[in-house]
Every structure is written in C-alpha cells, then in structure tokens.
Design a protein around this ligand. Structure first.
Ligand code: NAD
Length: 321
C-alpha cells in the first residue's frame, strides 16, 4: 500500500500548537514539501525557540493565540486552508496537574473552533489524539477497535477525556457535515525539542544522566512503553494526512521497553555515572502500552525505522547542547 502525496507546494496548512515539540517537527516536514504554514500557539507548553530557525521563512507565520478562545482576526488567517492539524494541547503528566482546565478547554472549545473552520474551508482536518484514549488498557497490544479503560475522574482524565471528546467531535463533524477528517492516536514519542522538565520519562532520565544525578524510575520500573522517535511519528502523521483514511489509526512503534531498561540504556548512551533510584509510582500510570500497528501498515504502508539506540543518541545530543 502506498499513499500518494496530497499536500505539498501551494497548499496552505494551519497547525495548532505549532511551536510545540511534535508539531514543530510536523511544521518542518510540511515546509520541506513546499506548503505554506500558519501556526497558532499560546506558548503554554511550547516555545518560540522550537521554530526560531524559521524566522526568515516566508512560507511560515506564527500567531500567538489561544485556540480555545476561537481563531483571532489576523491577515494570515483570512485565506482558505487546505488542511488543519489540531495538535495544540499540553501533553505531559506534569501538565495534567498544573493545567487541567486549559487541557479540557483546548480539547473541547479548541477542537470545535478548528472543526468549524475546517467546515468553512472544506479543509482536511487531522486530530492529534493519543494512546491515552485507551487509558490503562485491559487489551494488549491495543488495536483501534479497543474502546479503552479510562478512569473519568482520575488525575489523567482531563487529558484522556478531552482527547476522547475531540475524537467524538471529529467523527460527529465527519458524519454530520461530511467533513474530510482523520484521527491519529499517537503513542509515546520522544526526540529533540522535548522540554527537559516535562515530567515524561525520557527527558527526565536524559537530564538526570547528563547531570550525573540519580535516575528516578517510578515503581519497580517493570512497566513498559513503546517509544517512538519523532521522525517516525511525523512520517506516520503525514501518511495519514495524505491518505483518505478517517481513522482512528495508531502511530508509534511496537518495540516495548521497561522503564528500568530505558534508564539503563540512557545511562549507557550518555556515558553517565548516574545510579538508578526507584521512587513512588504516580496514580493511574498505565502498566503497559503498545500499539497494534496493523491498520497503519495495511492502510498507510507505515513502518517505524529508527531504533531506540539511534533515536536516544540524537535526543541526548540535543539535550547536551
Ligand atoms: P507540546 O506541549 O510540546 O506541544 C503542544 C503545543 O500546543 C505547545 O506548543 C503549546 O504551547 C500549544 N498549546 C497548548 N494549548 C494551546 C492553546 N489553548 N492554544 C494554542 N496553543 C496551545 O506537546 P507535544 O508532545 O509536542 O504534543 C503535541 C500534540 O501531540 C498534543 O496534542 C498531544 O496531545 C499529542 N500527543 C503527543 C504525544 C507525545 O508522546 N509527545 C503522545 C500522544 C499525543
């Protein structure tokens, strides 16, 4: 299965959260194809530094705006968009506690505002959803047909339920308005431009390893994650964008590592002397998570390519700069 490129030179694409970690890499990839990009960001978790290299790029406009408040009046937002990617949302575990209402708003009012704009423009709408939609899964690995196991009142619920609402809204606009939509369920992704202090395991472990501080592994460290290097994810997102698929489609890697293995690998690759320290586990932290990639493979021809050693090496290099 090979997907024909649908979006390239001459196409205008709106990316919410465009100054964030993953979205800024998506922006780079779309610019490299010749697209014109307008990014909306309120910098709640992202930073202008992530797109500073695009300051002189005439096909890139960055607008400071909170998408939960609707789209602002701005000359770059007047002309129609060919595609809208809704990627704005705080996404790290520390954000769940610090920004609960912001997360709920961007995943509800923000999603509806961008869906309305997509209807007005007859644009393709891509929703960046998450493996968190599966909650603490009772099925392993997780196929898209699995409905999930989410605690609706837990600390992670603001994020999980906001994304589940966004998925429901996307499908409602698809069915009711005939909108061309796509939902990608993103699994744990890492790479350059992550925030060192965002509370996710990889940046935390790398920062600790580079400082020679103890690597704090939650619980016994036996819980697993599949970790995806950002370039693999971006390829998957663009394949879905180019396709006619609605999804949801999982995007990630099947390669699972325990948190303890991850900590040990990072210590080794960073050439660090750090020791590993087991600390208390956070509430509702899923035991294991791994995507079933059958749909991504068969419908999009997606295949992850970057091994953890290589991806982690590149990320450690970025953090060490
Ligand atoms: P990130 O925090 O680096 O990026 C999100 C961006 O959205 C930030 O720049 C932030 O400032 C912006 N933003 C947040 N609320 C906003 C608002 N109301 N208005 C405008 N901008 C707003 O996080 P990320 O890890 O790059 O995640 C990007 C997207 O991918 C998110 O939607 C996230 O839920 C999704 N996702 C990421 C992962 C992952 O492993 N990184 C996994 C699953 C899903």
């Amino acid at each position: 299965m090979s997907v024909q490129q649908r979006f390239g030179e001459g196409h205008r694409i709106l990316v919410s959260g465009g100054a964030g970690f993953v979205p800024s890499h998506v922006v780079d990839a779309l610019l490299a194809r010749g697209c014109t990009i307008v990014a909306l960001d309120n910098f709640v978790t992202g930073t202008k530094d992530n797109v500073a290299h695009l300051a002189a790029e005439p096909r890139f406009t960055l607008i400071e705006a909170d998408v939960a408040e609707g789209l602002p009046a701005h000359p770059a937002l007047v002309e129609r968009f060919d595609a809208i990617l809704h990627m704005a949302s705080p996404a790290s575990p520390t954000d769940f506690a610090k920004l609960p209402v912001e997360i709920l708003k961007v995943g509800s009012a923000g999603t509806l505002a961008l869906l309305d704009r997509a209807v007005a423009d007859s644009a393709r709408f891509l929703m960046a959803s998450t493996s968190e939609a599966y909650g603490d899964p009772a099925v392993h690995p997780q196929p898209e047909s699995y409905w999930g196991n989410v605690n609706p009142i837990g600390v992670r619920a603001v994020y999980d339920e906001a994304k589940r609402f966004s998925e429901a809204a996307t499908m409602a606009y698809h069915r009711f308005h005939g909108l061309d939509t796509a939902i990608v369920r993103i699994f744990n992704t890492y790479g350059p431009r992550m925030r060192p202090d965002d509370g996710r395991a990889i940046p935390t472990f790398i920062s600790q390893a580079l400082r020679g501080a103890p690597i704090t592994v939650h619980g016994t460290g036996a819980q697993t994650r599949s970790i995806t290097y950002v370039d693999d994810l971006v390829r998957g997102i663009l394949l879905l964008l180019d396709s006619r698929e609605t999804g949801p489609i999982n995007c990630g890697t099947e390669h699972e590592v325990t948190m303890l293995e991850l900590a040990e690998l990072i210590v080794k690759l960073a050439g660090s002397e750090s020791r590993i320290e087991l600390v208390e586990r956070t509430a509702d932290d899923p035991e294991k998570r791994r995507p079933d990639l059958t749909l991504a493979r068969t419908l999009l021809g997606y295949e992850p390519r970057i091994a953890p050693e290589e991806g982690l090496r590149r990320t450690i290099e970025f953090f060490g700069q």
